[in-house]
Design a protein around this ligand. Structure first.
Ligand SMILES: Cc1cc2nc3c(=O)[nH]c(=O)nc-3n(C[C@H](O)[C@H](O)[C@H](O)COP(=O)(O)O)c2cc1C
Length: 324
């Protein structure tokens, strides 16, 4: 049996999108965007802001477990915050060693640490000691900063430091998000560690999923942008079928999910930011759904949330319209 995980995506897959995407059955768990740890012990509300699911048993509405990701570079501070987070009973704690953002890297967090396997080891050890065994403890890494020279050392450092599983995003920091993903490196890392290794990167359809598993040798795969662009990818992988994809039928099924997304976005963010969130999701879905392209074309110019609600209603999305 394969496990399918929904990737952490800061600025894209927040609790709202996690809630909607996990309504399609098939994910074993999701991971939150990173919570940045630097210098102080974060209050409870900082964790709950990124992971509101902590208030509902660390699960989305459909019951999908949600693990919380931490990003930071100081072992003692990471351990202190992991202990604090552990008190909130997360479905798991994950460490981020993959973020390529310059601001994060300048402060020694994320992918920048991949030049320092010793530090990865120290962080993993410190966090391991602070987190009860009952809470799954994992890490997510890229292959390196500029090249793959230390990829195996990094994998070993994290596993030796006590993580129970690794997700490998099969690119270096400098690769950014440019294809291809070097899936063969997932297998190379898996060969030198004793913990399960999950493959990640550039899986957009069932065929990518098959090739990713074949090339990496990994049983389990984490889906990122592909899951956002195609909310039913997880289901089709699970079904294992070769049936032709009926995008129009799928779009009809998506309409209530888009309605739910919009309702939750309006409840969460300032009204002026809401249209941007919808454009972001539809922008990715345009790859797969002709109807998303048509909706996006009309949505593009709109900046006003009520106008967006009316447009969605015209396209068959179930939305509540304010009385005129
Ligand atoms: C907008 C965006 C935000 C991301 N934020 C995070 C993050 O907070 N933590 C993390 O570990 N990875 C993050 N990632 C990386 C993804 O989890 C994943 O590793 C990457 O997108 C490759 O998978 P994909 O090709 O299937 O999208 C982010 C990726 C994107 C596109």
């Amino acid at each position: 049996m394969t496990r399918l995980l929904l990737a952490p995506m800061e600025g894209l897959a927040d609790d709202v999108l996690r809630e909607v995407l996990t309504r399609v059955p098939g994910y074993d768990h999701a991971v939150t965007e990173f919570v940045r740890v630097s210098g102080t012990r974060l209050p409870r509300r900082a964790f709950v802001r990124t992971a509101p699911e902590l208030t509902t048993g660390s699960r989305t509405g459909s019951g999908t477990p949600v693990r919380v990701q931490l990003l930071g570079s100081d072992p003692a501070c990471m351990a202190d915050n992991a202990a604090q987070l552990a008190r909130l009973a997360p479905a798991g704690i994950d460490l981020n060693f993959g973020c390529p953002a310059p601001l994060v890297n300048r402060h020694g967090g994320g992918a920048a640490l991949l030049d320092e396997p010793e530090r990865l080891y120290a962080i993993a050890c410190a966090v391991r000691a602070a987190v009860p065994r009952s809470i799954p403890f994992t890490a997510k890494m890229r292959l390196g900063v500029a090249d793959t020279a230390r990829a195996l050392d990094c994998g070993r450092a994290l596993a030796d430091g006590g993580v129970e599983g690794l997700v490998v995003h099969a690119r270096t920091k400098n690769d950014g998000y440019r294809p291809p993903a070097h899936w063969e490196w997932v297998g190379r890392i898996a060969d030198v560690v004793v913990v399960p290794v999950v493959a990640n990167g550039e899986v957009w359809n069932e065929d990518d999923w098959r090739r990713c598993r074949a090339v990496s040798g990994a049983r389990d795969v984490m889906l990122g942008r592909g899951a956002v662009a195609d909310p039913f990818l997880v289901r089709r992988i699970r079904a294992g079928g070769e049936a032709p994809v009926d995008r129009d039928a799928e779009w009809a099924e998506l309409l209530p999910l888009i309605g739910e997304f919009w309702r939750r976005v309006l409840a969460k963010v300032e009204s002026r930011h809401a249209p941007g969130r919808l454009k972001q999701w539809l922008g990715l879905m345009r790859r797969n759904f002709p109807a998303a392209e048509r909706l996006y074309a009309e949505l593009r110019a709109l900046k006003d949330a009520p106008a967006v609600s009316h447009l969605l209603a015209r396209h068959g999305v179930p939305v509540l319209l304010a009385a005129a």
